[in-house]
Write a protein that binds this ligand. Structure first.
Ligand SMILES: *Cc1c(COP(=O)(O)O)cnc(C)c1O
Length: 481
């Protein structure tokens, strides 16, 4: 299948090459030339792994043996065989995406990406080692480390801001075992770490190096495509529970940062799944809410630090893919992205705004409301959710209140509450003193909900990666790996 950049229709690669390159040479994102015909009803009939294999074969047809790759990615690594179970909470269905090895929703995609990358290298006869470079504000780093650990022909280096991730998130990364992993703290904030990584990519461009640089971010179609499965899985569970009949539309509320997860929902819809409204949930960094409501994207505002850090983001990379899918106009996309880069703001033409608003709805909630929701959902429904998921509950509520659309609602839950124990404890009226480990224990005592085993054992594991460097030393650090 031919892929091209969202910014240029004339430069083609196949789907294996798109996975290898990650980003297109012109800075655009790779998208298929056309969405393939797809038997979505047959897809719904399978297990989660079969769904994944069928969807990935359709979207990445140049990568062979997909069933085997899926099996290798997921077998025995998730808490449940269906990978992403659903729970009924009041009128809604919560799709729990955090039941993987690092308790982050990124596990589903980052377990699969190494398999896709290795297979794509084989297809392309690419013999060079790959070096995955990632800057993380917490969750991506650990999920990528686990996914790429001991994958032959691949090394991975993760940079995190020194003092800028939670105690548990740091422990998850610095205890990582594996012969091909490096983890390093950078003196600075997340933006410094991310800028440092971008600078390394720029410095290496066109140079002959003993490795090929790549990224584990959702700009890579190989990171995005594995997420399409979630939407099929949730739909199938609603069918099995008799909440819908085949063909009924279902709405999905998605806690959103880089727009990867929700875009996977739109791809599910384009593949035929009866998706109703896609509800984009943000925290106080509500750039996307404003955009979907007005058609103007304006990143010229301060980045706020919230209790849902994985959604603290002002430039949502994958929105570019949506602009392309709904306009089909690569020149327009290139122009808008140029404006975003130069001026920090762009406005889409009215027909494109209308197209977006017919498929997407958006709302946001600040920390206080997220806390109120976590407390209320726990008290009234006995369900404990994390602050990211709380924004999903908020947006779902706002949507129903604004539209009166009472179709079945799936809320995507993107993190375990045990990842943010202090915020969650505070929301349910618990004592927040002590270390994060003590907070986890207390949360467990109060709720009886088991602590994910991989988080529970962290406190006794040896720290293997204790490097801390200046941000100016990142390139040197990578070259010495
Ligand atoms: C990454 C992440 C998100 C945002 O997902 P996108 O695909 O970037 O929109 C939301 N919640 C959590 C917990 C995350 O880790």
């Amino acid at each position: 299948m031919r892929y091209h950049s969202t910014r240029n229709k004339d430069h083609f690669v196949d789907s294996a090459q798109a996975v290898l390159e990650g980003l297109a040479p012109d800075g655009g994102l790779y998208m298929p030339e056309a969405i393939p015909g797809f038997d979505w009803k047959q897809c719904l009939a399978g297990s989660s792994q079969q769904m994944s294999a069928m969807i990935l074969s359709a979207l990445l047809p140049d990568i062979p043996d997909m069933e085997q790759l899926v099996q290798r990615a997921y077998d025995g690594k998730f808490e449940t065989e269906d990978l992403t179970p659903t729970v009924t909470v009041g009128d809604s269905t919560v799709l729990e995406l955090f039941r993987g090895p690092t308790s982050a929703f990124k596990d589903v995609a980052l377990s699969m990406l190494p398999q896709l990358l290795t297979a794509a290298k084989a297809v392309k006869g690419e013999k060079e080692d790959t070096l995955i470079l990632t800057a993380t504000s917490g969750d991506t780093g650990k999920a990528a480390l686990v996914g790429f650990r001991d994958v032959p022909g691949v090394r991975i280096c993760v940079f995190y801001p020194d003092g800028g991730v939670s105690q548990v998130q740091r422990a998850q990364m610095v205890t990582q075992e594996g012969s091909n992993v490096a983890v390093c703290a950078v003196k600075g904030n997340f933006d410094d770490a991310q800028t440092g990584v971008k600078n390394i990519f720029a410095a290496c461009q066109g140079k002959r190096l003993p490795f090929q640089l790549s990224s584990a971010n959702s700009i890579n179609i190989g990171r995005l495509a594995p997420q399409v499965m979630y939407y099929f899985r949730a739909y199938r569970n609603l069918l099995d529970e008799g909440k819908i009949r085949l063909g009924d539309k279902v709405n999905y509320a998605v806690p959103t940062g880089n727009f990867g997860d929700i875009l996977a929902g739109f791809l599910a819809k384009l593949l035929g799944l009866p998706v109703g409204m896609l509800i984009c949930a943000s925290n106080a960094n509500n750039v996307l809410t404003d955009f979907i409501r007005t058609g103007t994207y304006d990143r010229r505002r301060p980045l706020l630090k919230t209790t849902s850090p994985s959604m603290d983001i002002l430039v949502s990379s994958n929105l570019e893919r949506l602009l392309y899918l709904l306009s089909g106009d690569t020149e327009l996309v290139a122009e808008l992205m140029g404006k975003l880069n130069a001026e920090g703001v762009y406005t889409v033409p009215d027909p494109l705004k209308d197209a977006i608003q017919s498929q997407f709805w958006a709302s946001y909630c600040d920390d206080a409301r997220a806390s109120e929701i976590m407390g209320r959902v726990y008290k009234e429904q006995g369900y404990l959710c994390d602050p990211h998921t709380a924004s999903g509950f908020a947006a779902a509520q706002d949507y129903v209140a604004a539209t009166g659309d009472h179709r079945p609602m799936v809320i995507l839950s993107t993190a375990s509450p045990y990842k943010f124990p202090a915020t969650v404890l505070e929301a349910i009226g618990g004592d927040t003193s002590g270390s994060e480990y003590e907070q986890m224990d207390r949360l467990h005592e109060i709720t009886g909900i088991p602590v994910p085993p991989a988080l529970a054992k962290l406190r006794t594991m040896p720290e293997l990666h204790t490097d801390v460097i200046e941000k100016s030393a990142m390139l040197e650090y990578v070259m010495a790996l």
